[in-house]
Design a protein around this ligand. Structure first.
Ligand SMILES: *Cc1c(COP(=O)(O)O)cnc(C)c1O
Length: 390
């Protein structure tokens, strides 16, 4: 393999870190009890609210997204509480598994690895819950294993239509800052997010945006917790500090990443992602291949999961691409292992990065002997040129 040029990290997270963000993290560590840190903390904790579209508290953990999953559940829920999930893919299923491990009782309203959450199924399940045993509805915004995006507002409306008091918790670990999400307007009680996807940071930070209903629930009860406790965290955060050593250099990076997102404008960021996703789908269709997400209204702006032609290994194809073109594509997870590969088009993705990524795929098909029609890259280029702004 030629090592010239850069590695193409086109998995759906971690995503490549933009130069200004990398540069911001490459600083000497500072005292996390110093006035300088207090200013950084205050600034970042305030700015991050814009990304979540909330006026409520956003808690930042030095942890991967999985930690923030556990934090959300353990703060707002009590041992034995029933929660309702919907299996849109591997990540929805993992969150439910985690819930069971920490003593909750997850039940699922349905399963579909080729679309977003079906709000009618959620509403029907909540209507049947006449004794209000379900304490939270937990859904994944952007299902990173399948490339489907749930319309979160519809889930909110389903809960309201059923007149059910359950909390709405949303995993937007791979959705935040790539697909629109409006915490306050859509009445979301908790959003779980991570640093290494749309936020364009290295792995290592995760988030809980906490609405008033969830915060009240956490004060009344909750699962035993210490490290994850919202109460102590929010109390320290009021002056910009943390109860334990924060990931200082990732916070320098977060400061820079939020500036980049706000400078471009969140709506422009979402539109750019949608455009990259559409170009990718045109290439996939032109290759004669199928998108794992079969529901157009749920197509993900973050990634596209492509089904391999019958009898061909997605992993063998991905290896060829890595060996020959120094590009990482996402693997198929659990049920769709080796059956799909995933193209990440999130974060700092632009036209030329995407075209190169798709070209790597098209050349990879050739090398791996995967049957396909030529010209997918041409279709993507045509679309990108046609929809260029200037
Ligand atoms: C990446 C991801 C996770 C897991 O996050 P980690 O940082 O690997 O713990 C959970 N849910 C979704 C939707 C994800 O994309």
């Amino acid at each position: 393999m030629s090592k010239a040029g850069r590695h193409f990290l086109q998995i759906p997270g971690p995503s490549p870190v933009p130069e200004p963000v990398l540069a911001a993290t490459a600083r000497q560590v500072i005292d996390h009890r110093s006035p300088e840190f207090g200013e950084l903390g205050t600034r970042v904790l305030s700015k991050i609210k814009k990304v979540f579209k909330t006026e409520h508290d956003v808690v930042i953990y030095p942890a991967s997204g999985t930690g923030a999953w556990e934090a959300a559940l353990s703060n707002a829920l009590s041992p034995g509480d029933r929660i309702m999930t919907y299996e849109t893919g591997h990540f929805a299923s993992l969150w439910a598994k985690l819930a069971r491990k920490i003593g909750l009782d997850p039940v699922t309203a349905g399963e579909n690895w080729r679309a977003g959450v079906d709000p009618d199924a959620v509403e029907a399940a909540l209507r049947k819950d006449t004794d209000r045993a379900i304490k939270a509805v937990c859904v994944v915004h952007n299902e990173t294993s399948t490339g489907s995006t749930t319309v979160v507002k519809e889930v909110r409306d389903a809960i309201d239509a059923a007149g059910h008091p359950a909390l709405l918790m949303v995993d937007s670990i791979s959705g935040l800052a790539s697909a629109d999400l409006r915490m306050d307007e859509w009445g979301i009680d908790v959003i779980v997010a991570g640093s290494q996807k749309g936020l364009m940071l290295p792995p290592g930070l995760s988030f809980n945006a906490v609405g008033p209903k969830a915060l009240a629930a956490s004060k009344a009860a909750g699962i035993r917790r210490s490290y994850w406790d919202w109460g102590e965290m929010i109390a320290f955060n009021k002056t910009g500090y943390f109860p334990y050593t924060p990931a200082t250099n990732l916070l320098f990076g977060l400061d820079a990443a939020i500036d980049m997102l706000l400078e471009e404008g969140l709506e422009n960021v979402f539109a750019r992602h949608a455009r990259m996703a559409e170009a990718t789908r045109r290439a996939v269709q032109s290759w004669g291949m199928e998108n794992l997400c079969a529901s157009p209204r749920h197509f993900s702006p973050v990634l596209t999961a492509v089904m391999m032609p019958e009898g061909h290994s997605a992993d063998a194809f991905r290896s060829k691409v890595l060996e020959n073109f120094n590009m990482s594509l996402g693997s198929g997870l659990s049920k769709v292992a080796d059956r799909v590969f995933r193209i990440g088009h999130l974060g700092e993705i632009n036209e030329l990065t995407l075209v190169a990524t798709l070209a790597g795929c098209e050349m990879g098909f050739e090398l791996a002997g995967v049957p396909h029609q030529k010209g997918g890259v041409d279709q993507a280029m045509r679309y990108l040129a046609e929809t260029s702004a200037a």
